[in-house]
Write a protein that binds this ligand. Sequence first.
Ligand SMILES: Cc1cc2nc3c(=O)[nH]c(=O)nc-3n(C[C@H](O)[C@H](O)[C@H](O)COP(=O)(O)O)c2cc1C
Length: 155
Amino acid sequence: MKTAIIYATKYGATKKVAEKLATMIPKATVLPLAFVHADVLEDYQNIIIGSPITAGMVDKELKAFVGNYQEKLKQHNVGLFLCGLQPEQASEVFVENFSAELLTHATVKAFVGGIYDPTQCSFFSKLVMKKVAGLTTYTNQLDEDKINEIAAQFS
Ligand SMILES: Cc1cc2nc3c(=O)[nH]c(=O)nc-3n(C[C@H](O)[C@H](O)[C@H](O)COP(=O)(O)O)c2cc1C
C-alpha cells in the first residue's frame, strides 16, 4: 500500500514529522500541501495529513483542502496529526477544524507536540508564546511515541 504524507508548515516542525514518518512507513511519499491536487490522491491508499496549530487553528489552506476533498479522502485510509505546544487544546482543535465525519473516518488522530524556535518568530509571535505557553527559549516537545504510533498504524 502506498502512503502520501501531506503537510503544511510555518516553521518546519510539521515537515520534520512528515519526513520522519516517511522514513518509517514503507512506500511513503512526503507531499507539501502546495503540490497536492485531487488526482494525486488517487495514487495512494493511505493519506496522512499534518498541520501546525496557530492560535487554536490548523493551517487555513490545509483546512480548505480537507474540506474540499473530504468525499475523496473518505475513500482512503486517513490519518490526521497536529503539531503544537499546548496538548490540552488538541481535542478541541481537532473538533473545530475537521468535520465530525472525517474525524470518525480517520484511523489516527494524533497530537505529536511541536518545536518552538524564537529565532524564527516575529516579535509579536514571541510575545504570544511567552504569554500563552510561557516559552521564551528553544523548545523541542516532539512526541516520539506518538510519531511511532502513527507509523505503526500505517506500516
Ligand atoms: C504565534 C504562535 C501561536 C501558536 N499557537 C499555538 C496554539 O494555539 N496551540 C498550540 O498547541 N501550539 C501553538 N503554537 C505552537 C506551534 O504549533 C508549534 O511551534 C509547531 O511546532 C509549529 O509547527 P510548524 O513548525 O510546522 O509551523 C503557536 C506558535 C506560535 C509561534
